[in-house]
Design a protein around this ligand. Structure first.
Ligand code: PFF
Length: 448
């Protein structure tokens, strides 16, 4: 692409990087968990509709702002603004997204650290280090700090190398591995007793629940978290895409990959729970709902793996490596937002900015680890339930009301000459202007 600030060298590179950001713990853990506690396929159905009708247009707004600006989130927003108030508005939205990404990374890296320690545990057991294996799966302060730091170290390592050599190269390596592992695990689980029952539970919708407000809110929140909206990530990734690329199809492809992987993850997790039940593991909570949250990943699934004997060690390894990869390709995108801002606005070398910001976020993560009982939930709620929807909504307002329609058109036309006559252009501008902000605002207001 040849821009001095770096950029994705190929279409495939961008798709893997953006899908890498989108596909994370939210898909493989969050989506199946939410599906389990929200009426199975009814949730899947609502999620699909909301992902394409609300999250995709908002996702396109962020990508377009970034590609137009060819700069970090704040500078890209401010390039569109024409007066001081609009510039301030742009700053609040761009910088708010960067802070939101940093906050998400601070708790995401702790959970990712747990995934890594659970991935190493079967290896330690295979090598005969039973004591070390037990330590790896027992929640201790020191283990939590070490693995959070280890995971953050990996994230810093990749981001220090830049867009092409870091983000793109590693996403191109890790994402195919993730998809391969996911498919292998699904095939294996399907050969086990109980899987069919789980499959039915996953795919039979309880249609009566489709319009439940709580289900709608959970599905929209999940779709926004999954597409990394409201965090400036897609603005910055958009800024690394070449002008010759067709953004409308690229955005749709990334959304499709994200949604498909969430769907596939459901095909793995829900049947796996019913296999666990067939082996005598309790999978329903006292109120009759399927066990979800951390109990699912750190209690039910490990009980299933240990019931499989020696094969279970390999399956556990595969599963937690899958989780760790998903987390890593997402965490690098969260760190890129703040790093690109400091590099470009404060003229700081990338390596220095990455190390400095990464370590700063690690300090916050350690604070959370020390106060795990209240702080993890607090930071997660603040950033994902408040920060992300508010910033994503403001982004749509910015694209819909501040950015001139003719300027948007000339931006999308690059790489998509005939877009003016497409369905996308007939719908998207007013959709982003009216429907997206109103719908996001309504759902957010209701959730309060
Ligand atoms: N999309 C990621 C997931 O589904 O796990 C989470 C995420 C990544 C959120 C990047 C925010 C972000 F900026």
């Amino acid at each position: 692409m040849g821009v001095s600030r770096g950029g994705f060298s190929s279409r495939f590179g961008f798709i893997m990087a953006a899908a890498g950001s989108a596909v994370g713990l939210g898909n493989i853990w969050g989506f199946p968990t939410q599906t389990a506690s929200n009426g199975g396929a009814a949730f899947v159905l609502v999620y699909l509709v909301l992902a394409f009708c609300l999250a995709y247009p908002a996702f396109m707004a962020e990508l377009l702002i970034g590609r137009y600006g060819q700069a970090n989130a704040v500078s890209s927003m401010q390039k569109i603004a024409r007066n001081t108030w609009q510039k301030r508005f742009g700053f609040v939205v761009g910088f708010g997204g960067i802070i939101c990404a940093a906050l998400i990374l601070s708790f995401y890296s702790i959970i990712a650290g747990w995934m890594m320690s659970y991935a190493i545990e079967p290896l330690a057991r295979l090598a005969g280090f039973a004591g070390a294996a037990d330590w790896l799966i027992n929640h201790s302060l020191i283990r939590n700090i070490l693995f959070t730091a280890f995971f953050m170290g990996l994230t810093i390592f990749i981001i220090r190398r830049g867009v092409e050599e870091g983000i793109e190269k590693w996403s191109k390596r890790l994402m195919p591995m993730l998809i391969g592992l996911l498919i292998l695990l699904i095939i294996y689980v399907f050969t086990l007793d109980g899987a069919r029952e789980g499959f039915n539970a996953y795919l039979n919708p309880d249609i009566s629940r489709v319009f439940e407000p709580d289900l709608l809110i959970s599905a929209l929140g999940q779709a926004f978290f999954s597409l990394s909206l409201g965090t400036s990530v897609m603005i910055i990734y958009g800024s690394y895409i070449a002008k010759k690329e067709n953004l409308v199809t690229l955005g749709a492809q990334v959304t499709l990959i994200d949604v498909s992987i969430a769907f596939l993850a459901g095909l793995l997790i829900i049947p796996a729970m019913y296999v666990a039940q067939a082996q005598g593991v309790a999978i329903f909570a006292e109120d009759g709902s399927l066990i979800s949250g951390s109990n699912l990943v750190f209690t039910v699934l490990p009980a299933l793996f240990s019931g499989m004997g020696d094969v279970g060690l390999f399956v556990a390894f595969g599963f937690f490596v899958l989780m760790s990869i998903a987390a890593l390709t997402s965490s690098i995108s969260m760190l890129e937002g703040p790093v690109s801002y400091v590099v470009e606005r404060h003229d700081t070398p990338r390596e220095k900015a990455t190390t400095f910001i990464g370590l700063g976020i690690l300090v916050l993560s350690i604070l959370i680890v020390i106060n795990l009982e209240w702080m993890l939930d607090f930071v997660a709620t603040l950033s994902t339930q408040y920060g992300q929807p508010i910033i994503a909504m403001l982004c749509c307002v910015f694209a819909g009301w501040v950015w001139h329609r003719s300027d948007i058109l000339s931006e999308i036309k690059q790489g998509n000459e005939h877009v003016e006559h497409s369905l996308f252009w007939k719908i998207w501008p007013w959709y982003t202007k009216f429907v997206c902000p109103t719908a996001i605002g309504l759902v957010f207001w209701h959730s309060l």
